[in-house]
Design a protein around this ligand. Structure first.
Ligand SMILES: [Ca+2]
Length: 409
């Protein structure tokens, strides 16, 4: 089956039902962010610290204050990660990897990036560093390629050579993983990466807008995968006896997972784009089936119904789902000091929602999560990470996507 409409990870995702909720959630901070959005990056006016607060009469909501500063601008930034020294690596979708110094606010291109298939939702995607980067200098990149059968994501790793700070470069580039099979279209790659505390590489692989691969154990599309740091499957993965591709699989039935994070107990959470309605935050369990495309709290864009999760209890239901959608693009679980009220909570960046969504998962044992705060950012937000000092680095989506710095009041 082919999706008859464009995917929801692109501009134009249907937002008709989002307006009323956003209007309620964003009344206070709107004017503040409008000021911010009108300033040009790197000018002195943008360094004025701006304060924003959310207001709510709902007792389950929190009211963490924060300030937003515009730091720099990038061309279609997709992912951001930090190096041990506080510098940032930022991918640009057309295929550039930028090394950014927050002190000087200057960036340089990292040489040696693999060629990517830019188009649709594809291009250069995620970037993460190995947990032992200080010893091995390994950087991991995910990106779209074109090949036999169509398009698919790949992951390569390389060593980041910083011996000449003005000319950083990747060396020893080595492909370690790919989506199988390659398929038509340039949507729903997912291709988010996360290292855990055992140096295992988790990969969120989207169903490429072809629905059924999410349930096909001969495909690694629409799955959460657990790999070693060299891309090989971990031996005790739950489907190791079902063939070479299935050896990679940890959970299935996912649509377009774009955010992964570990909570304070080491549990994995994944946030994914639903179809029309039904964005999901899931607590990921070994071997579980999350039901797509058989069940979803959303429905197909062409109007066809998808039975909701509560009709098929054999599939794992989300801890929270959003209709209207938030269009989640990335996620962290906050462990810093600057924002006490966000401690232990998920911080989810949103595209069509133009927001950062804070979610409390303290009732995870009952598979319940609650949105407790929504930051109106005024622009589509592509990514968020926590800096070493607990402040947040945020990237907007699209050309002239700004790098924002969120700090405590
Ligand atoms: Ca439904």
């Amino acid at each position: 089956m082919m999706d008859k409409v464009k995917g929801n990870d692109v501009k134009g995702r249907k937002t008709k039902r989002t307006c009323t909720v956003l209007a309620l959630a964003c009344t206070v901070s709107f004017s503040v962010f409008s000021l911010s959005a009108c300033s040009s990056p790197n000018s002195s006016t943008t360094t004025a610290h701006q304060e924003a607060t959310e207001s709510s009469t709902d007792s389950t909501k929190i009211n963490q204050t924060y300030r937003v500063e515009e730091i720099a601008t990038f061309d279609e930034p997709w992912a951001i990660t930090k190096l041990p020294d506080g510098k940032l690596l930022i991918t640009e979708k057309q295929g550039k990897l930028k090394l950014f110094d927050p002190v000087t606010r200057q960036s340089v291109d990292v040489q040696g990036v693999p060629k990517v298939a830019y188009g649709g939702q594809g291009g250069l995607g995620d970037v993460v560093i190995h947990p032992h980067f200080a010893e091995n200098q390994w950087v991991y990149l995910s990106y779209a390629v074109q090949g036999q059968g169509g398009y698919g994501a790949e992951i390569s790793r390389a060593k980041l050579d910083l011996s000449n700070p003005r000319q950083p470069k990747l060396t020893g580039l080595e492909k370690i993983w790919e989506q199988v099979p390659k398929m038509s279209g340039q949507g729903h790659y997912g291709h988010r990466m996360l290292f855990d505390f055992e140096d295992q590489l988790w990969v969120a692989s989207g169903e490429r807008q072809h629905f059924d691969p999410a349930q096909d154990m001969n495909s690694n599309l629409g799955k959460i995968l657990r790999l070693h740091d060299d891309g090989t499957p971990v031996e005790d993965n739950p489907f190791s006896n079902q063939g070479d591709v299935a050896k990679q699989i940890w959970s299935l039935g996912h649509r377009n997972p774009l955010g992964m994070a570990l909570d304070l107990e080491g549990q994995l959470w994944v946030v994914e784009m639903g179809p029309e309605g039904g964005d999901e935050l899931n607590l990921i369990k070994k071997g579980a089936n999350y039901g797509y495309p058989i069940v979803s709290n959303g429905d197909h864009y062409d109007g066809r119904d998808i039975p909701d999760h509560d009709t098929r209890p054999e599939f794992q239901a989300p801890a929270i789902s959003w209709t209207p959608v938030i269009s989640p693009s990335s996620m962290i679980i906050y462990q810093g000091e600057q924002f006490p009220q966000w401690q232990g909570k998920a911080i989810i960046s949103g595209l069509s929602s133009k927001a950062i969504v804070i979610v409390d998962m303290s009732q995870a044992k009952d598979n319940i999560a609650k949105e407790v705060q929504r930051l109106d950012m005024g622009e589509r937000i592509r990514g968020v990470i926590s800096a070493n000092d607990g402040s947040l680095w945020v990237i907007e989506d699209g050309s002239n996507g700004k790098l924002l710095h969120l700090t405590s009041k």
